[in-house]
Design a protein around this ligand. Sequence first.
Ligand SMILES: Cc1ncc(COP(=O)(O)O)c(C=O)c1O
Length: 367
Amino acid sequence: MRRLPEPPGHVSQIPTPALVIDVAALDRNLRRMAEFFAAGPCRLRPHFKAHKTPEIARRQLAAGSCVGLTCATVSEAEVAADVCGDLLIANEPIGPGKCQRVAALATRVQVTVAVDSTMGLEAMAAAARHAGVTVGVLIDVNVGQTRCGVLPGPAAVALARQAAAAKGITLRGVMGYEGHLVSLPDRAERETRTRDAMAGLVETAAMVRAAGLPCGIVSAGGTGTYDISGRIDGITEIQAGSYALMDTDYGRLDVPFEQAFWALGTIISRPDPGRCVADCGHKSMTKDHGLPTVRGLDGASVVSLNDEHATITIPPGSKVTIGERVFLRPSHTDPTINLHDVFYALDGEQVVGVWPIAARGYPEHRR
Ligand SMILES: Cc1ncc(COP(=O)(O)O)c(C=O)c1O
């Protein structure tokens, strides 16, 4: 691994492109979410995939109301295990060495994984037995996103039965991510459809219990639905992640979280009065949810991102100069952060830390 850069003292000294965090805004987001969950029985299991950054995970856990962390990949869980003793990999560990790595992790922390097939379940159980550990499983239920997951009802109960009977794993419950609903702009529609989707999950959990099987965990939810799913009887934990840092996509919604990170660029060209160009293109922020917006430059908007360039239109009288810093608000948190090695943590304009994005990419290839 390369050595971390020393924290430069002032934002103007940060080499660009880079990611910066407003630490106070981050902490406010974490506090707001923790307070919401402190007021009800459901708990928070923040999704580590959103930021892949141990320092942020530490702050999420310290803010309270958390039962552990959610991860999307085994490699994220291997990094998250340094800061948290209870991890959910809300995804199916399938493929060379994955179940073995989960089993190895289970010697250090409590690990639970999602399963939606007999094959996946048996592979996990065999690896756990071989390592002499027990790995938790949640039956992954398709609540309408139609990604992974078995159908709610009898299909889920049948797989739960197999999980409960297998040695090496322990059935801990069910999960169902309503990812097709989390960013619906209309609050009433989001609420109604989320309630419907969650009814199927809660009912499935009841059927699992009625079959005499354990189902202590019923896990769901994202940033757009945390306060809907998180107040439904029977949902025990919410997997939200984007709320910590936010993006323009979630910024359109009525959620009470503020933008806390930006892609920082430098203006490298001012080719005509109505245009400037910054050194941060789509190698430093993704555009899968749209182009970024510009902070603090009146009337400015990003019109295109190339590999290393952001082309920005500005009002003709604008005083933007070459060498000036520009803050761009990315449209999608997770894949943007995954492009960077570190966050520069800011208190106002002062850099107060350099936080490794330790689980970015696929760390197993960097060992
Ligand atoms: C399984 C799962 N749970 C929860 C989330 C919630 O994330 P967010 O807070 O970004 O809505 C995601 C996001 O993609 C996910 O894939």
